[in-house]
Design a protein around this ligand. Structure first.
Ligand code: ADP
Ligand code: MG
Length: 240
């Protein structure tokens, strides 16, 4: 048991009126450093709840979760926030960029929330510019989200997710709002990041997108019903 993510008997109950819903009904899974995992399953099967647990955004009702050896379930809100900033980057279907804020400032924002000594503004800007360069948007730093295409906005969001050098990227339907060509570009970027050693867990309902990952987890009714390795993931860069 030395995965980056170690989940054992993980349960999450929600109370709705008088009844209880088991969004997660006992999940056991281990995800190694460097893995690229696609999470699939029908609507309501527990995918987002699982991502919220793995992302330290919510605490489980039962079971245990260790992230990089640390017992997340036992932490208070501050400790979880600190762990998120140190280890995790998040990417969403709807990009979640601040409007009327430049790409550069969007990417630099998480650097303001780091614990410890404040990073000087010039260093924050330099770091953000470097991340924008890494996602192929060096020239777009001064554009606002509304002046960028969907694919470019998602790249900005990925640069923002990378700004604190996370070990793990969590993406919930990152290509859900993009056309198929742009989706392949984003998957090529994820594959390049994974090749650099970043662990990726990505929710998708599209088998075509899951085919770029090296492992597929299938959820149904709050349970993990299959866990398969993909011996030959598609290579997005070759398809562009
Ligand atoms: P998925 O992302 O696979 O569509 P979710 O994890 O969002 O599924 O939801 C799993 C189950 O938990 C669903 O039955 C959903 O209605 C329920 N659920 C999720 N979040 C909440 C919540 N905050 N309050 C009550 N029920 C919830
Ligand atoms: Mg969901």
């Amino acid at each position: 048991m030395n995965g980056l993510i170690e989940v054992t008997g993980l349960r999450k109950l929600f109370h709705l009126g008088g009844s209880e819903v088991a969004a997660l009904a006992g999940i056991d899974v281990s995800i190694a450093r460097g893995d690229f995992v696609a999470v699939m399953g029908p609507s309501g099967s527990g995918k987002s709840t699982f991502m919220n647990m793995v992302g330290c955004l919510d605490s489980p009702t039962g079971g245990s979760y260790r992230l990089d050896g640390e017992d997340v379930a036992a932490m208070d809100e501050d400790a979880r926030a600190d762990l998120r900033n140190r280890l995790l980057g998040f990417v969403f279907q709807s990009f979640n960029l601040l409007p009327r804020t430049t790409a550069l400032d969007n990417v630099a924002l998480p650097l303001l929330y780091r614990r410890g000594t404040a990073m000087p503004a010039t260093e924050r800007r330099a770091r953000a510019a470097q991340r924008l360069n890494e996602v192929g948007l060096a020239e777009r730093g001064h554009h606002q989200p509304s002046q960028l295409s969907g694919g470019q906005q998602q790249r900005v969001a990925i640069a923002r997710a990378l700004v604190n050098d996370p070990a793990l990227l969590l993406a919930d339907e990152p290509t859900g709002a993009l056309d198929s060509r742009t989706s392949v570009e984003i998957m090529a970027l994820f594959q390049a990041l994974n090749q650099r050693g970043i662990t990726i867990v990505l929710v998708t309902h599209e088998p075509d997108i899951a085919a770029y990952a090296s492992r597929k987890l299938l959820f149904r009714d709050g349970r993990l019903v299959s866990d398969e390795r993909n011996p030959a993931p598609r290579r997005a860069a070759d398809e562009l």
